[in-house]
Design a protein around this ligand. Structure first.
Ligand code: NAD
Length: 474
């Protein structure tokens, strides 16, 4: 297994504290990895700064060529990447291979194409005797910091648009899930010029803090917790760094009286519990119309109870464990507090199953009310609440009554009703009659406390570049 970081084109080991890397399916330690020293972080930033001088002057076609090679190399090793991601995150390997790897490979390919096809306002004489034109130029060295839920995909979402736009990167994976990033280090070392991508290991308050405080970092891109996003914003004020924040969600699902209930149950069984609900867009907060509520709760709870997990034959598993004992206990405590309310009924799951690993049973919390903690706060686990509503207006109001603003969905057979309601939801994405589906051509990103960075799509290329005006006097 590749265990070294990537600094200035060289694979090197960290020199500081050893961090245990766990297998969430068994609870066993896979290996320990030393984190980077502050001096190593500084060397990585210096290497990225040096590489920027030449990388920022390459043509879009040249950068595109590198991205395509990276995509091909990941594709050739897709099965290895999927099993490593499964080992480190506990997710079913067959799902990582079928769902995540193709999207990751396509992410590099998308940005390889998109950067050659940027568009903008036309050059012209907006002031008499002067020609104005718009440029989009790279920003500099980007510090990219990723979470543990989709380590390889978050890495692709951050690195592909950043380097496509001509920036160089110092990337820090989550201290809990560095294994696929380290495997990527080999690919980057082999394909990219020295220093374009650097990878350092370490915890947030040591290596992460050193990175975000570094004066030579021009932009910080983070996917993580709201509290971490706040720290990034504070650090960014010191040298006025650009920030790109993706910070969690609590996705509302509005199930109207005319919804196709069977399709909704099949969809929400998948979209509420995929990756054990450790997904910022997870369909975790359902509002069901009173006329369909009882049938929905009964059939949905029965369907959720059939989600398979914990089988020794991984190909049978639909769901993995939580990432750590801490995360599992956090999920369990949310459910325990919800259970205390008289109006709440746990209609599926609601406990830690017997056996090894950090599993939590897929859980449905029925009868939840809008002000309940379980409706308001992000659980980031396999727990979905269901709340009854009478008027559509109330459902829209409750859906928007959240600090989060990342993703949402509406289920109805009347598409015009779905369209009308989608315009009123304050979320970065609204799906109608589906949820959770992403494509590299379309943006992913939030509003409110969910942050404002856009991943995927040309909007990410815009986030990772600066609009400049050049004017020529005739
Ligand atoms: P986290 O905020 O604890 O950690 C994310 C990353 O930030 C890690 O690499 C961590 O080491 C680093 N970090 C932590 N403190 C830091 C500091 N002071 N300075 C610099 N770096 C620091 O989040 P997590 O627990 O890894 O991930 C779960 C969270 O991420 C959830 O809240 C989830 O909703 C959110 N998330 C959001 C999206 C999205 O697209 N909006 C996607 C995935 C996860």
């Amino acid at each position: 297994m590749q265990t070294q970081m990537l600094i200035g084109g060289a694979l090197v080991s960290g020199t500081e504290t050893e961090e245990p890397i766990l297998n969430p399916r068994t609870g066993e330690i896979i290996l320990t990895l030393p984190e980077a020293s502050i001096a190593q972080v500084e060397t990585a930033v210096a290497a990225a700064q040096k590489a920027f001088e030449t990388w920022s002057r390459t043509t879009p076609a040249q950068r595109s060529g590198y991205l395509l090679k990276i995509a091909d190399r990941i594709e050739a090793k897709a099965a290895e990447f999927a099993s490593l991601e499964a080992l480190n995150c506990g997710k079913p390997g067959h799902l990582a291979l079928a769902d995540e790897l193709p999207a990751i490979i396509d992410c590099y390919r998308f940005f390889a194409g998109a950067v050659r096809n940027m568009s903008g306002p036309v050059a012209g004489e907006y002031l008499a005797g002067h020609t104005s034109m718009i440029r989009r130029d790279p920003i500099g060295v980007v510090a990219s910091i990723a979470p543990w839920n989709y380590p390889l995909m978050m890495m692709a979402w951050k690195i592909a648009p950043a380097i496509a736009a001509g920036n160089t990167v110092v990337f820090k994976p989550s201290e809990q899930t560095p294994l696929t990033a380290l495997k990527m280090a080999e690919i980057f070392a082999e394909i990219l010029p020295e220093g374009v991508v650097n990878i350092v290991l370490g915890r947030g308050d040591t290596v992460g803090a050193a990175l975000i405080d570094h004066p030579a970092i021009a932009m910080i891109s983070i996917t993580g917790d709201i509290a971490t996003g706040r720290k990034i914003m504070e650090a960014a004020t010191k040298t006025i760094k650009r920030t790109h924040l993706e910070l969690g969600g609590k996705a509302p699902v509005i199930l109207l009286d005319d919804a196709d209930i069977e399709a909704a149950i099949a969809g929400l069984r998948a979209f509420g519990y995929y990756n054990a609900g450790q997904d910022c867009t997870a369909a975790c907060r359902i509002y069901a119309h009173a006329s369909v509520y009882d049938r929905f709760v009964a059939d949905f709870s029965a369907a959720v109870s059939t989600i398979s997990y914990g089988n020794s034959d991984d190909s049978l598993n639909e769901m993995g464990p939580l990432i750590s004992p801490r995360q599992r206990d956090r999920v369990a405590s949310f459910v325990a507090r919800a259970r205390e309310a008289n109006h709440i009924e746990i209609t599926a799951g609601g406990e830690i199953p017997d056996g090894p690993g950090f599993f939590y049973k897929p859980t449905v919390i029925a009868g939840a009310q809008q002000t309940d903690e379980i409706v308001q706060r992000e659980v980031f686990g396999p727990v979905v609440s269901v709340t009854r509503f009478d008027e559509t207006e109330t459902a829209v109001k409750w859906a928007n009554d959240s600090n989060y603003g990342l993703a949402s969905s509406i289920w109805t057979k009347d598409v015009s009703k779905g369209l009308a309601l989608s315009s009123r939801l304050q979320y970065g994405c609204t799906w109608v009659n589906t949820h959770f589906m992403l494509t590299n051509e379309m943006p992913h990103g939030g509003m409110k406390h969910s942050g404002y960075g856009k991943d995927m799509s040309v909007y990410a290329l815009e986030d990772y570049s600066i609009v400049r005006h050049v004017m020529i006097a005739h």
